[in-house]
Design a protein around this ligand. Structure first.
Ligand SMILES: [Zn+2]
Ligand SMILES: [Zn+2]
Length: 296
C-alpha cells in the first residue's frame, strides 16, 4: 500500500471511529419496559422502567448538551440490555452513574456498565460493600443466572452526600434527602433549573408500594405539595407533573390508611386496594408489604 493510500485509510478509520464515539442519535422504542421522556430547559430526562406489573423500577438517563448521566441501573440483564440500547441510541457518552440507595434492584446491574464512575452516599457504599455479594447470590437464586449473570457486586467508588450540589456538564444537580425518617438514607436529586425531582421511597404513582408509616408520610407529602415541580420522577412507577404527583400519592395513602383500618387482615386489604387502583402495577408488593401493617 502506498503511503498516501495508507494515510487515507487511517484517516477514514479515525473518522469512522469518531463518528461511532460521538454517535448519531436514533429512535429507540423499548420492547419490555416503558420509556417516558421530557425535555426541560436544555435537559432531556429519559426514564426507562422495568415492566409495570414487575414494579416499574426506574433508571433515569439525564441527557445534557454533551453527555449522559444515569441514575440507577436495572436489576435483570434483559432490562439492562434495553437500558444500554437506550443509552446507545442517544449518541452521547455516559459519563457517570448515581446509585440512589442500597436496594439491589437499583444497583445489581452495575457490572454491565464497566468503566463508568459510580457515585453513592456513604451509607449505600457501606451496605453494598458488606452485603452486596450475598444480595446478588439471593437474586441469582430467585431470578436465575440468565437474568442475573453478574459475577460481582460493584461497589461505588465516589461519595456524594445529601446537602451537596454539583454542576455536571453545565447542569446543576442538588442532592437532598428531605425525609430520611420515612425513606431511609436515600439520595434524591433535584434540578432547580429544570424544576425536576427524582425521589425514592417517599410515595410512587402507578405502582403499589404501601410504605408505612401512613400518617407521617401524608404529613410530609402535604408539606411538600406546594413545590411546583414540572416533573417528579419516582424510583418506581410513572413520572408525572408535581401537581399530579402530590394529588395522586396523597389520595393513595389516604385510601391505604382507611383500608388498613377497615380490613381485618392483609388479604382483605389487598382486595380493596386492587379494586381502588385497578391500573396500578406491583400487586406482589401488596402481598409483601401489607402483612407488616397487621403485625403487633
Ligand atoms: Zn428501595
Ligand atoms: Zn426500589
Amino acid at each position: 500500500m502506498s503511503q498516501k493510500k495508507l494515510i487515507a485509510v487511517i484517516t477514514l478509520a479515525l473518522l469512522l471511529g469518531l463518528w461511532t464515539i460521538s454517535g448519531a442519535a436514533y429512535a429507540f422504542t423499548p420492547k419490555q419496559g416503558q420509556l417516558y421522556e421530557k425535555e426541560i430547559n436544555g435537559v432531556k430526562f429519559h426514564v426507562y422502567t422495568s415492566p409495570i406489573p414487575a414494579g416499574a423500577s426506574a433508571s433515569v438517563v439525564i441527557e445534557t448538551e454533551k453527555s449522559l448521566i444515569l441514575q440507577d441501573t436495572q436489576q435483570n440483564k434483559p432490562q439492562n440490555d434495553e437500558l444500554k440500547a437506550l443509552i446507545a441510541s442517544l449518541g452521547k457518552p455516559l459519563q457517570r452513574i448515581y446509585v440512589s440507595h442500597d436496594h439491589s434492584h437499583h444497583w445489581a446491574g452495575l457490572e454491565m456498565f464497566e468503566g463508568i464512575p459510580v457515585y453513592a452516599n456513604q451509607a449505600t457504599i457501606d451496605v453494598i460493600k458488606q452485603k452486596g455479594e450475598e444480595e446478588l447470590q439471593g437474586l441469582k437464586k430467585k431470578f436465575g443466572v440468565e437474568a442475573i449473570p453478574y459475577t460481582k457486586a460493584v461497589v461505588p467508588t465516589h461519595v456524594v452526600e445529601a446537602g451537596s450540589k454539583e454542576k455536571v456538564d453545565g447542569v446543576l444537580f442538588v442532592f437532598t434527602s428531605p425525609a430520611p425518617q420515612l425513606t431511609g438514607p436515600v439520595l434524591f436529586i433535584e434540578f432547580p433549573d429544570q424544576n425536576v425531582l427524582i425521589q425514592h421511597h417517599l410515595a410512587y404513582v402507578g405502582v403499589h408500594v404501601p410504605m408505612p408509616p401512613v400518617e407521617a408520610r401524608l404529613a410530609k407529602l402535604n408539606e411538600m405539595k406546594s413545590t411546583n415541580y414540572a416533573w417528579v420522577i419516582g424510583g418506581h412507577g410513572i413520572p408525572v407533573p408535581g401537581t399530579e404527583y402530590f394529588s395522586k400519592t396523597i389520595d393513595y395513602f389516604t385510601t391505604l390508611g382507611k383500608v388498613v383500618k377497615e380490613s381485618p387482615d392483609a388479604a382483605a386489604a389487598k382486595e380493596k386496594m386492587t379494586i381502588a387502583y385497578p391500573s396500578y402495577g406491583g400487586v406482589f408488593l401488596l402481598d409483601m408489604m401489607l402483612p407488616g401493617f397487621y403485625k403487633k
